[in-house]
Write a protein that binds this ligand. Structure first.
Ligand code: SF4
Ligand code: SF4
Length: 248
């Protein structure tokens, strides 16, 4: 059982309620430019011709970001969302290199930057049996939450019953080995900014190839000692940026 989101692009009215609900839950600024994914915009509604395209982390079934993370800061939760633990993150940004959908962003302007991406409201909502903030607020039923198998059944039913409305491709059913965020569309996905060269195999089996092409620091034996120093220093810096207990 995997929690999932089905976004039907033929239903999206572009109101951006999902974008603002995401920002509110995550304490992110509303005033910034919300037209592209960034460290302060974790879901976005892009305009491609007449089509509104909501984008977010795909919550891959076998996530490359988690497989390349050397300290386990990103992980696939039992419920399905791919979550992030900033206290473990060492800021190496391998997840940004490994993700086939170019989703994770980095807080370049913070003294101790974190990686930012949609975590499907895991800690606050999904782990407590509730649906994410974005799907709660969609007034058009364009983006809905459920179990992946049920949503795939629903998506196949829509395609079969209205073939004039949909192309016969459920994006995310097979891409990157399957994702927990699925899309339906009337327009081919390559015309909507979706990466269409994404392989059908899970990426983790490829990611060590990615890592092997990264700077040689990865393969040097001394990386272990450097890594330990890096983790300790980063945790000290993170602790220093947190307010004292009584002020939280
Ligand atoms: S889309 Fe990218 S960031 Fe999201 S789970 Fe997949 S690999 Fe990780
Ligand atoms: S809330 Fe629903 S209709 Fe509005 S932009 Fe998001 S997906 Fe589209």
């Amino acid at each position: 059982m995997t929690a999932a989101i089905l976004t039907d692009l033929t239903k999206c009215v572009g109101c951006q309620a999902c974008v603002w609900a995401c920002k509110e839950l995550n304490g992110l600024p509303r005033g910034d430019d919300a037209r592209a994914l960034s460290a302060t915009t974790l879901t976005v509604v892009e305009r491609h011709g007449n089509v509104n395209v909501r984008r977010q982390c795909m919550h891959c079934l076998d996530p490359a970001c988690a497989s390349v993370c050397p300290v386990g800061a990103l992980h696939k939760t039992p419920e399905g969302p791919v979550a992030y633990d900033e206290s473990k993150c060492i800021g190496c940004r391998y997840c940004m290199v490994g993700c086939p959908f170019s989703i994770p962003k980095y807080e370049w302007d913070r003294r101790v930057p974190r990686v930012q991406k949609c975590v499907m409201c895991y800690a606050e909502l999904v782990s407590r049996g509730r649906q994410p903030a974005c799907t709660q607020v969609c007034p058009a039923g364009a983006t809905v939450f459920g179990q992946r198998e049920a949503l795939l059944t629903e998506a196949r039913h829509r395609v079969a019953s209205e073939p004039q409305r949909y192309i016969g491709h459920i994006y995310g059913e097979h891409e990157a080995g399957g994702t927990a965020v699925l899309y339906l569309s009337a327009v081919p996905f390559d015309q909507l900014g979706f990466p269409t060269t994404v392989r059908k195999d899970p990426y983790p089996r490829l990611t060590w190839n990615v890592l092997s092409n990264l700077p040689q620091v990865v393969s040097v034996a001394g990386v272990g000692l450097i890594g330990i120093w890096w983790i300790v220093r980063r945790r000290q810096e993170l602790a220093a940026t947190r307010p004292p207990e009584g002020e939280r």
